[in-house]
Design a protein around this ligand. Structure first.
Ligand code: COA
Ligand code: AMP
Length: 623
């Protein structure tokens, strides 16, 4: 079926469209109602349906005769390990972790926080929660204890499952001391932790609180999947908001399973048994959706890669994995390809591997620059498809659809709206802008299945953040335009979020950290262009009059404060001391003007600027 036909089918009858898709899922109780819109602007998909997501990911394939099909391939160049799990083997591991959780009192609706590196036990722990109807809260390993503590306080987990350490090129990151610190500073006190001891760095366990996960797995029994309501939460995933408080995005079970299974075929064109690789981390939404849930729901083989695009050991790692495991389709962030291109500009590494089964390269997470797209398609000789995503949606808002008919690729654009999403470009008053004009990208309500419709225990914040700017629309906080052929061009965020190496970070949160420094009078953090990471944060600080401490020391302090309070993943390394910050007369800091000066881009001086001379000071420092 063509893209146009599919999109029209959805548009003409969205209920029928999603009802058809829901037939692909195993339900304990088949939904009779497809969409509940009785409480606008909130909605629920398949409200009276009941299912178990883990059953749909694992048991069903075993029961259908595919027990020996490969489910998960763990490839870890940082530990020199390669392990393949069949569906049956992954089910056994999952059942046993679920059994251990159950033995320690976890049941439907309880939260379980997972703070783990990219190891199979992390995937099985997520699925084990789904099996019990417990809600997992995965926290990315690059976050500092303070961020972990914030997530503990908000989600109040009954149990934390953690790894003893993560492994980054050339260094071991001890997770356990960070976990201990987070538990110590959190107001909510977690009583039980399961620790997976990695041989490379075993952690000291606290008597009565910490238990060895492997021993629990060895001694636990299998557990049956628990039937949950379609609308019950499957997981909470915290993502950056404009303040220091991350947003706890809630994903339901039913809508998620239906949309993700459909996306695997429609967006990526994958058939059961084929191999899919999302080179992301389970701490991010891409990892949740496309390392764990969508490939397994679809009976595909998923790759869990614990390594980097370069340096583990070289710029050929991605091509080695594709060739070793017959990967059909891969998904990564443009940053990863820029890192490879930097080390191997002529694509010599690509030539060393047999990539004949590799069909397509997908990109998302940040704006894909046309140069990187061109380099990749020339060297890999496959279509390179950029698609637009958010943690909030869980799958692509726009793209090019391998399972339908691929349309022409326009480098720099994220393709056309996915069936299920009506995307428009709006002006400040919520009117649809003419094609080609830049504005706010918004999605008509209701959003399709899988999209979050609340933040964890904070519907009001959800409403305020996403639904109040343009009544009847979901505000994506991305700016861009739609061209005459319906292609969507996502250009920048409209808030204080930046995308650094494909990681979503809040500059507001960094400002909150800097302003705690006793010698800083005021500060601004802006996202500036970076050749490798797309964007990096840059701090501008005004030091209190009369401060004796040297500027260099204050700069050093601020860098370590952000590292310690948010985490190394913030990549906060550039700080500039200025006499004042440019502001409007009403006191609003001109952050985008500062960023334009640093990026050497044209900018308009706002008529309401308080004192123009400060812009010249910044220009002089930056040059
Ligand atoms: N646990 C602990 N620390 C982590 C971590 C983790 N899971 N992931 C990253 N870090 C640390 C890194 O070690 C680094 O620390 P450092 O400042 O001490 O060197 C810091 O966080 C920044 O890491 P990163 O942003 O990954 O930068 P890098 O320079 O180490 O690597 C790239 C650059 C391009 C290779 C890397 O960013 C990359 O692979 N990007 C792709 C990202 C991606 O797939 N995103 C998913 C979205 S789809
Ligand atoms: P995250 O929630 O971490 O997935 O980040 C979502 C944000 O990343 C979006 O709001 C965009 O700003 C950005 N983003 C994701 N995919 C793309 C893309 N293909 N092109 C441009 N920006 C993107």
């Amino acid at each position: 079926m063509s893209y146009n036909e599919n999109y029209e089918n959805w548009k003409n009858n969205p209920i029928k469209y999603w009802q058809n898709k829901s037939e692909d899922i195993h339900w304990y109780k088949k939904p009779e109602k497809i969409l509940d819109s009785s409480n606008p602007p909130f909605w629920n998909w398949f409200p009276d349906g009941e299912l178990n997501t883990c059953y749909n990911c694992l048991d069903i394939h075993v029961e259908n005769g595919n027990a020996d099909r490969k489910a998960l391939i763990y490839d870890s160049p940082v530990t020199q390990t390669k392990i393949t799990y069949t569906y049956k083997e992954l089910l056994i591991k999952t059942e046993r972790i679920a059994g251990a959780l159950q033995n320690y009192g976890v049941s439907k609706g309880d939260r379980v926080l997972i703070y783990m590196p990219m190891i199979p036990e992390a995937v099985a722990s997520m699925l084990a929660c789904a099996r019990l109807g417990a809600i997992h809260v995965v926290v990315f390993g690059g976050f500092a204890p303070n961020e972990l503590a914030t997530r503990i306080n908000d989600s109040k987990p009954k149990i934390i499952i953690a790894g003893s350490c993560g492994i980054e090129p050339g260094k071991i990151i001890e997770y356990k001391p960070m976990l201990d610190k987070a538990i110590e500073i959190a107001d909510y006190k977690v009583k039980t932790c399961f620790i997976f001891q990695r041989k490379i760095c075993e952690a000291k366990l606290i008597d009565g609180r910490d238990f060895n996960l492997q021993e629990l797995i060895n001694n636990s029994n299998s557990t049956k999947p628990v039937s949950v309501k379609s609308t019950d939460p499957l997981y909470i995933l915290y993502t950056s908001g404009t303040t220091g408080d991350p947003k706890g995005m809630v994903r339901d079970n039913g809508g998620h399973a239906v949309a993700l299974k459909n996306s695997m075929r429609m967006v990526y064109g994958l058939k059961p048994g084929e191999v899919f690789w999302a080179a992301s981390d389970i701490g991010w939404v891409v990892g949740h959706s496309y390392i764990v849930y969508a490939p397994l729901l679809s009976g595909c083989t998923s790759i869990l890669y614990e390594g980097k695009p370069t340096g583990t050991p070289d710029a050929g790692s991605f091509w080695r994995v594709i060739s070793d495991y017959n990967v059909s389709v891969m998904f990564t962030a443009p940053t990863a390809l820029r890192a490879i291109k930097r080390d191997d500009p002529n694509g010599e590494e690509i030539k060393k591997y047999n990539l004949q089964n590799f069909r397509m390269q997908f990109l998302a997470g940040e704006r894909a620059d046309p140069t990187t797209i061109k380099w990749t398609s020339e060297h890999l000789n496959v279509p390179v498809i950029d698609h637009w995503w958010q943690t909030e949606t869980g799958w692509a808002i726009a793209g090019n659809f391998s399972g339908l008919d691929l349309f022409k690729i326009k480098p720099g654009s994220t393709g056309k709206a996915s069936p299920g999403f009506e995307v428009q470009c709006l002006d400040d008053n919520g009117n649809i802008k003419p094609r080609g004009e830049i504005g706010a990208l918004a999605i008509k309500l209701p959003l399709p299945p899988s999209c979050s419709s609340t933040l964890w225990q904070d519907k009001d914040r959800y409403k305020k953040a996403y639904l109040e700017d343009y009544p009847g629309w979901y505000s994506s906080a991305d700016a861009g335009y739609i061209d005459n052929e319906g292609y969507i061009w996502v250009m920048s965020r409209t808030d204080d979020i930046i995308n650094c190496a494909g990681h979503r970070l809040s500059t507001g949160a960094m400002e909150e950290v800097l302003s705690k420094h006793q010698n800083i009078a005021e500060c601004a953090v802006v996202g500036v262009e970076d050749e490798l990471k797309g964007q990096i944060p840059m701090g501008f600080i005004v030091i209190n009059a009369g401060t004796i401490e040297p500027n260099e020391k204050i700069i050093e302090d601020t860098i370590s404060m952000v590292r310690n309070e948010i985490g190394p993943v913030a990549s906060f390394r550039k700080v500039i001391v200025v006499k004042r910050l440019p502001k409007t007369r009403s006191g609003k800091i001109l952050r985008s003007t500062i960023a334009s000066i640093v990026d050497k881009k044209p900018y308009k001086i706002p008529a309401t600027i308080d004192d123009e001379s400060i812009l010249d000071e910044i220009k002089k420092i930056i040059k």
